[in-house]
Design a protein around this ligand. Structure first.
Ligand code: GDP
Length: 392
């Protein structure tokens, strides 16, 4: 089911329970779409560090893929995203090792399960990388060439070139080198993404994310977006829009039958639904305590620095029923909960039963308000971490 298209019917026939079941099924499906990303390349090329950086995890974290100067990846190892376990990055052993000979590599790593492959190199791409790409293509899967450790190339060039150093020119040279090398080996119109796993917001990682998104089937895009690290204000905004598009369904569920009335307000609310939605927002924006700790650890900044700029009472804390109810109550009747046009459109299209309209409208507005404030916190955190915060 792509949209709860039978919702209208269920409501028209006054079958609230059926409508709720349809919505629940749709949301469960949306929230559990698996996405499996394979990361492969020579030993030492930076696979494990990339896998960790994508998941917002420091190389020293206990959940990190092991990294180092010696061969650390000997098996096909899954690394689920800490906040979205349905999104998994797989650290693959280098092609051509004893256990994973080139001839049988894709079969041995179980290529069917992967949505796409990232082929990493910290120098030029070798014959084995090209052969692998061709084989992946033959299996009707996508691959992306990533040139890693760009920060270190730039640093080295700067030392060697002194005052003549030009970062843009240097990046273009690395890109051209890789592309020409791939063309010489028979790859037609290759695209190479320059990345530093220590600074994902720089160079081509954003373009890489956009490219994945553009080429993934629609239902997988959502999973990718929510698991993407917050590398730009644009990513934060896209996440916000993705969450926004689902609010009407959650409001519908939460305003359903057998709900608790919010004291002081004639709205009945299923708080359990709200706890789960708010938890999704907080996790998706990386505003849970563990994500914030990981972020400050990676950036070498005090945890307090971020806590001090966070405004929403729902961020950086444990999301409980009591907390959500308390914040809901505080919201009731505030100017922030302005009527939204979409509420009325939704009510008229789906014909929500009159008894539910008040609860629905209230929850709809409240969720939008929660989402807005959490997205603003995510922006503040991003700006502070990137040093873009001018209020200091
Ligand atoms: P793997 O064997 O392909 O998994 O490679 P690792 O992720 O273990 O990385 C090998 C070494 O390269 C480690 O010392 C990493 O710290 C380093 N490294 C990985 N990615 C980067 C990067 O983007 N920039 C820099 N400067 N070093 C990196």
């Amino acid at each position: 089911m792509t949209e709860p298209d039978q919702l209208e019917l269920s409501l028209e026939s006054n079958n609230q329970a059926l409508a709720d079941a349809k919505i629940q099924e749709y949301l469960d499906q949306q929230n559990n779409i698996p996405l499996n990303i394979a990361v492969t390349g020579e030993t030492g090329s930076g696979k494990s560090t990339f896998v960790n950086a994508f998941r917002g995890i420091d190389n020293r974290d206990e959940r990190a893929a092991p990294t180092g100067c010696v061969e650390t990846t000997l098996e096909v190892s899954p690394y689920p995203h800490p906040n979205y376990p349905n999104v998994t990055l797989w650290d693959l052993p280098a092609i051509g090792t004893t256990n994973f000979p080139a001839d049988n590599y894709l079969k041995l790593v179980g290529f069917e399960r992967f949505d796409f492959f990232i082929i990493i190199s910290d120098t030029r791409f070798r014959e084995s990388d090209v052969k692998l790409a061709q084989e992946i293509q033959r299996m009707k899967k996508k691959f992306y060439f990533v040139r890693s450790k760009i920060d270190s190339d730039l640093r080295n060039e700067e030392i060697s070139q002194g005052s003549r150093f030009n970062a843009e020119r240097c990046l273009q040279q690395i890109r051209d080198n890789c592309i020409q090398g791939l063309q010489r080996q028979g790859v037609e119109s290759p695209q190479v993404f320059l990345v530093s796993s220590f600074d994902l917001h720089l160079y081509d990682f954003t373009l890489l994310g956009d490219t994945f998104e553009g080429e993934l089937p629609a239902h997988k895009k959502h999973a990718l977006l929510l698991a993407m690290p917050n590398i730009s204000l644009e990513v934060i905004n896209k996440k916000k829009k993705a969450y926004q598009s689902k609010i009407k369904y959650y409001a519908m569920l939460s305003a359903g039958v057998a709900a608790v009335p919010v004291p002081g307000l004639s709205a009945a609310v299923d708080v359990g639904v709200l706890v789960s939605v708010v938890t999704q927002y907080v996790n998706g924006f990386g505003l849970d305590i563990l994500s914030l700790r990981r972020l400050t650890d990676r950036r070498g900044m005090p945890f307090r620095d971020l806590i001090n700029i966070i405004v929403s009472p729902l961020a950086a804390t444990e999301i409980t029923r009591d907390l959500v109810l308390k914040v809901l109550l505080r919201c009731a009747g505030t100017a922030a909960l302005m009527a939204a046009e979409e509420v009325f459109r939704f009510i008229s299209v789906f014909g929500i039963p009159a008894a539910m309209i008040l609860s629905f409208t209230f929850i709809y507005r409240a969720l939008n308000y929660f989402l807005d404030t959490l997205a603003e916190d995510a922006e503040r955190v991003f700006k502070r971490v990137m040093g873009l915060d001018t209020s200091l």
